[in-house]
Design a binder for this molecule. Structure first.
Ligand SMILES: [Zn+2]
Length: 322
């Protein structure tokens, strides 16, 4: 991206941010945090949780919690309960009851039926190996599954369509749907896929603002296309920087991806806010977790994240005080 494009994008994002701030009356803001209970929360998940929490609370909005537990083979028993205790210890108190996707299958089945009825789906027999390639799914089974046996269900994207949206953090994002390919909405094992479930849940929970990691930016065009096909509203999006190792690599099983220590809640919240470029004062680390969050809500400057895709985790890890 050239420097001038980057500037233009940032300016547009700032305009969108101002618009978003004035458009959303506090009571209209509904945010959410939607972790998968497949492993404990770590620094990367804390950054996403804090970003969405503070964005919601700084506008007097609600903050909902959803467990994305559809991938039953990967769900770790006891993990969801452990996450809830961790969020509470960090002062990240959610509103209302927690939604578990595993208990919402009926809603996803209805949505799939609606897509089927509109002729927007097709069965796909391709194996993971056959799907490998540079681009998205090449449309292999559009005219019929290639072989007998269990099939996944794909949503047929409009090849001609270009999806463009204003991300509050990443500016103007434009995708050609053909390059993303036809997306799986029901897996071969019968489980509903994340892309369908998230669209249905965001709509049914009345989510106005999705604030999440930039690793999901590539999924957003599919989600917008599914919202349109299902006549569901589109929330505003803000994609937060991905937390990476000091050398820029994906956050590995190092000290920076260990489970969050509730004894170090305040220093870890402080660290999350630093990674979100909020420049929290150093002495805040010594306060209690709710005080750190209250400071963050009073001083939240989401515009500092414009165009930021990566944040480098520091080398050392905050220790518990004793
Ligand atoms: Zn196929």
């Amino acid at each position: 991206m050239s420097a001038s494009t980057a500037t233009a994008t940032t300016a547009t994002a700032e305009a969108a941010e101002r618009r978003a701030r004035t458009d959303a009356a506090p009571a209209d803001y509904v945010g959410r945090f939607a972790p998968s209970p497949t492993g404990p929360l770590h620094l990367g998940s804390l950054v996403a949780a804090v970003g969405s929490f503070v964005d919601a609370r700084s506008r007097g909005g609600r903050w909902l919690l959803r467990m994305e537990d559809l991938d039953t083979a990967r769900v770790v028993p006891g993990c969801a309960a452990h996450m809830l205790r961790t969020l509470e210890a960090f002062g990240l108190q959610w509103d209302g009851s927690i939604e578990y996707q595993s208990q919402r299958i009926g809603h996803y089945a209805e949505a799939l039926q609606a897509l089927n009825a509109r002729g927007l789906t097709f069965p796909c027999s391709c194996s993971r190996r056959e799907r490998l390639g540079d681009g998205g799914y090449p449309g292999t089974c559009r005219e019929g599954a290639r072989r007998a046996g269990p099939t996944a269900t794909r949503f047929r994207v409009d090849d001609e369509k270009i999806v463009s949206f204003q991300d509050r953090a990443q500016g103007t994002c434009t995708f050609r749907l053909r390059e993303r390919g036809d997306v799986i909405v029901r897996r071969r094992d019968g489980a509903f896929a994340y892309q369908l479930a998230v669209v249905v849940d965001d709509a049914l929970q009345g989510i106005s603002d999705v604030v999440r990691g930039v690793d999901l930016l590539d999924s957003t065009p599919w989600q917008l296309a599914l919202q349109e096909a299902l006549a569901l509203p589109t929330p505003r999006y803000a994609h937060l920087p991905l937390i990476v190792e000091p050398d820029g690599a994906k956050l590995a099983k190092s000290g920076r991806s260990v489970p969050l220590d509730p004894q170090a809640a305040a220093p870890l919240l402080h660290r999350a806010l630093s990674l979100l470029r909020q420049d929290p004062p150093a002495e805040l680390e010594l306060e209690a977790a709710p005080t750190v969050l209250a400071w963050a809500c009073a001083h939240w400057r989401p515009e500092r994240l414009h165009g930021v895709r990566k944040a480098h985790a520091p080398r050392n890890n905050p220790r518990s005080p004793n």
